[in-house]
Design a protein around this ligand. Sequence first.
Ligand SMILES: C[S@@+](CC[C@H](N)C(=O)[O-])C[C@H]1O[C@@H](n2cnc3c(N)ncnc32)[C@H](O)[C@@H]1O
Length: 242
Amino acid sequence: MTGAPDASARTRWYGRRRGKRLRKGRQELFETLLPSLRLALPAEPGFGIDPCALFGPAVPRDVWLEIGFGAGEHLAAQASRHRDVGIVGCEAFISGIAGLLVRIRDDGLGNVRIFEDDARLLLARLPDASLGRIFLLFPDPWPKRRHAARRFVQWETLDVVARVLRPGGEFRIATDDAPYAAWILERLTGHTRFRWTARRPCDWRQPPADWQPTRYEEKARRAGREPVYLSFERRAAEPNGT
Ligand SMILES: C[S@@+](CC[C@H](N)C(=O)[O-])C[C@H]1O[C@@H](n2cnc3c(N)ncnc32)[C@H](O)[C@@H]1O
């Protein structure tokens, strides 16, 4: 596959990569388990990847992506419930990756692959309409005005998300940050390729039926911040039919 644009020149990672030193058992999982799950981008900048081919001989019925999986509790729960779906997780925070590796080992999950870097680098290499669902749960809100360009949700990122999502596919976002929620809604409802699926005013306060609470979400609730849950469908065509 060729033609994938090189996003590396335009992306810069602002989050943490390292936290506390890992316990020995977790460190060992980086050496014994991660190598077989690691998703590496082709060295040639123009080459893309086929997500279905990542999962070995058993071709998954669909491939989903979680961006910034944190400690991996949501990703692991989805992977456990949907063993016929391949799930790719993107996260660069080492302790978070270790947390997911523990869950993969304990739950015997064979349908997870890990990209240990900025999701935008991977998105740029994926073929059109290759994913059925994308999760972006509690993305860093970057509350200061001068840091707003660091937010994951940007017009140009949404163009890429729309390109890689299948028509009818879901882009699910949760946040506990009210200004970021408004920012997300402005961009997603203003984007011709997405349709907000909420039906009733209270919908965005209710977690979806298949929800698995995340660590960050629980922290937000303990601090008195109520999350919102937003689901957007990738439109098959522009609203005017084009
Ligand atoms: C606020 S935490 C939320 C973690 C988790 N989703 C949860 O709900 O507990 C945001 C996470 O996204 C990761 N992250 C931020 N930008 C990212 C990007 N461009 N690609 C992949 N991960 C990213 C950070 O490392 C961090 O772990």
